[in-house]
Design a protein around this ligand. Structure first.
Ligand code: HEC
Length: 158
């Protein structure tokens, strides 16, 4: 509850500052702070429940959220998403209540490009940001994600 209220307050502040609150910051530290504030929960479309991941790379239990841009794109049947399309994945590992880490994809260019450099990838498995994986077209992520619909792997459709 508190996280959601804080998230709403932060998005309001960002709106006043003229920023786009539904698109995460592009720097690793600011991105982690944005994730921890839970800002995305106010406007993103959530998967119905925490569920078992099929990936083998994201731990046991996960829940994914789609940004408004991505939600609109999927509803419109687009298979190449617009700049700003973002997925936030909460990593729960063995539990169902406590968010332990985060994986994020956010589209920073109109075109994804052959190696996925149109997407910025981020992952912190312990939520501290230490040793976080971060970068555009990050090879450890694109190997699997290039098999998706414009790098989206989840079957969830809002
Ligand atoms: C071994 C393959 C694999 C690797 C490596 C991988 N992913 Fe994934 N990822 C998946 C699959 C499969 C899903 C679909 C949901 C699920 O089953 O967990 C997924 C889902 C996601 C999602 C939710 C949106 C979506 O595409 O469904 C995000 C965000 C994400 N991964 C980020 C990352 C990041 C960041 C990295 C690199 C640090 C990464 N992934 C590496 C397989 C992988």
């Amino acid at each position: 509850m508190r996280r959601i209220a804080l998230g709403a307050a932060l998005s309001f502040a960002a709106t006043l500052a003229g920023a786009e609150p539904t698109v995460p910051p592009r720097r690793s530290k600011a991105l982690l702070a944005w994730l921890k504030a839970g800002t995305y929960r106010a406007s993103y479309t959530a998967e119905p429940d925490v569920h078992a991941s099929t990936a083998g790379a994201h731990g046991a239990n996960v829940r994914t959220y789609y940004s408004p841009t991505l939600t609109e794109d999927l509803r419109a049947g687009r298979t190449a998403f617009r700049k700003g399309a973002t997925m936030v994945k909460e990593l729960y590992f063995g539990g169902h209540e406590q968010v332990v880490g985060y994986s994020v994809l956010t589209k920073v260019r109109r075109r994804s490009g052959l190696t996925g450099r149109g997407w910025l990838f981020y992952e912190t498995v312990d939520g501290t940001g230490r040793g976080a994986l971060f970068g555009r077209g990050l090879a450890v992520c694109t190997g699997c994600h290039r098999l998706g619909v414009d790098y989206l792997r989840s079957a969830f459709r809002p």
